[in-house]
Design a protein around this ligand. Sequence first.
Ligand SMILES: Cc1cc2nc3c(=O)[nH]c(=O)nc-3n(C[C@H](O)[C@H](O)[C@H](O)COP(=O)(O)O)c2cc1C
Length: 283
Amino acid sequence: MLKFTIDASRCIQCAACVDDCPAGIIRLQDNVPYIPEKLESRCIHCQHCLAVCPAGALSILGKDPDHSDPVAPPDPQAMASRIRSRRSVRSYSPDPVPAQELDQLLATLAYAPTGRNERQVRLTVVDDPVVMESIRQQTMAGIRMATARGTIPDHLSFLSRMLDPFDAGRDIIFRHAPHMLIASAPDKGATPWADVFISLSYFELMAQSMGLGTLWCGYAMWALRDVVPELLAKLGVPGDHQAMYVMLFGYPAVSYARTVQRSPRSVHRVRPEDVSIQMGQDK
Ligand SMILES: Cc1cc2nc3c(=O)[nH]c(=O)nc-3n(C[C@H](O)[C@H](O)[C@H](O)COP(=O)(O)O)c2cc1C
């Protein structure tokens, strides 16, 4: 049941919902939108119909349009500055992030896009630094054991080289971060890897705008997934979530005074002649 309803006193019969529906399932009857029952299963629950309605006349999935936020795009300069100032933080204060702040941060992730709007990304959060310390110790113990047994896969041999620094008090894998977020998605989803990366990208930008530091952590991902999978399972990451990535976070113990200076990415502009379009001529 989609609970698709129209407040006839508000509807201006503009059909914007019909035009914007990605599944193309909204029809008009006497100029009033409706979804035929037999098409309901094609709805991807994106709520574009509710979002696009200029009059706030449309409700779907039981959502009251008056409970949506007005659309207020951020200043592009501020957005560009946020993106340019984002840094990988490898040095953290041990202080935990307050639960309320973390909840606020995680709540925004519901707005990250996912392929086919499947929204199956699972967020496994370590919010207790004591738990984080235990994960750190168990991971390093697992790497130590696998190194001694010679079972570390060749392509992950670099993990063994992190044992000596760890014993000397330097945690190159988890960077002594007080928190960790694992985003994972089921293998059978439409776009699991993309969904995971997008979620963490949103998390990273939002977290850094709140004064937190973050680090994409391939080392932790490989260690957890390929060396201590039993620990990963204990953390609650389902076995069929091969698409997964780890992000460390917490208050930074380093601050950056300026942005780095990146040369532009390689951009290839496709020209009309590349695809044999003869501009200004009839086909
Ligand atoms: C997918 C991914 C995995 C990464 N894994 C690690 C990691 O395991 N350890 C680490 O110190 N940095 C890791 N990084 C951080 C990169 O080294 C960093 O983004 C790069 O040096 C550029 O620095 P910046 O993020 O401050 O611009 C990773 C980055 C990405 C995008």
